[in-house]
Design a protein around this ligand. Structure first.
Ligand code: ADP
Ligand code: ADP
Length: 226
């Protein structure tokens, strides 16, 4: 089954700028896929559309074989998004952030608590569960974003530049965490402008540049061309 199929996707913003010029992409269930490209290439725009945050101008996006137009709520529930920018309430305690996200998707409270506990422990944030998010370091905030994105057990996890601005130690532990999650069956897509990140994680890769997919191949193939 395909986790994501994008067909001839276009995006023109209100100011007239066309950020996506007819992109096609397929990500199979269970893949670990990198969308690689320089700043401004259209990576965030693409994942914004997939997660239902940005309106597309033209084209089709399907998540687990349902188009987002025909089943927008269903599609949104299948996707967990880790955006680039921290966007939680700074006065909310850590555990509550994750619980509320699960609650938003209708996960029963007891199950939500179990999942929140599991992910906060796995990501090394359990000790911080009662602290307000504003007291966390940048790296902890990043890990909290990941825990929150997983709270409703999405089948597809999408991360926008997950290790931008984090130190080498956190980068390595984030990579290990994501590898493990993928090994357990979660489909993962990440954007990065950083080849080493894609190389160490992702067997499949597409390169986007100025709104156009210029490569769509295996990492092995890509590296052999360099
Ligand atoms: P849409 O065409 O999808 O409705 P908009 O053009 O209304 O999107 O822009 C959405 C938001 O993005 C606005 O709040 C706008 O200020 C912001 N924005 C505008 N230009 C940029 C840019 N170059 N990069 C990132 N965000 C931008
Ligand atoms: P990336 O994630 O690869 O850095 P983006 O998808 O954020 O790229 O942006 C692609 C292009 O679209 C950039 O030139 C950016 O300035 C522009 N852009 C992004 N958001 C908006 C917006 N809301 N309005 C106008 N232009 C935007």
């Amino acid at each position: 089954m395909s986790a994501l199929t994008i067909t001839d996707l276009w995006k023109t913003y209100k100011n007239g700028f066309t950020a996506l010029k007819g992109i096609d992409l397929t990500v199979k269930q269970g893949d670990f896929f990198a969308l690689l490209g320089p700043n401004g290439a259209g990576k965030s725009t693409t994942i914004g559309i997939i997660s239902g945050l940005v309106r597309k101008t033209k084209g089709e996006v399907s998540i687990f074989d349902h188009t987002i137009d025909s089943a927008p709520e269903w599609a949104r529930a299948k996707v967990g998004l880790v955006p680039q920018e921290f966007n939680f309430n700074q006065f909310e305690p850590v555990l509550k952030v994750v619980m509320n996200q699960a609650g938003y998707y209708g996960v029963p409270r007891r199950l939500a608590r179990e999942r929140a506990t599991f992910y906060l422990k796995t990501l090394g944030l359990w000790d911080k569960r009662d602290q307000e998010t504003r007291s966390l370091s940048g790296g902890m905030k990043r890990r909290l974003m990941v825990a929150r994105a997983l709270a409703h057990e999405p089948d597809l996890l999408i991360l926008d530049e997950p290790t931008a601005g984090v130190d080498i130690e956190l980068r390595r532990s984030m990579w290990a965490f994501l590898k493990n999650l993928n090994a357990q069956g979660k489909t993962i897509i990440l954007t990065t402008h950083y080849l080493e990140e894609a190389e160490s994680l992702c067997p499949y890769v597409a390169i986007i540049d100025r709104g156009v997919i210029v490569e769509n191949t295996t990492m092995k193939q890509l590296l052999s061309q360099l």
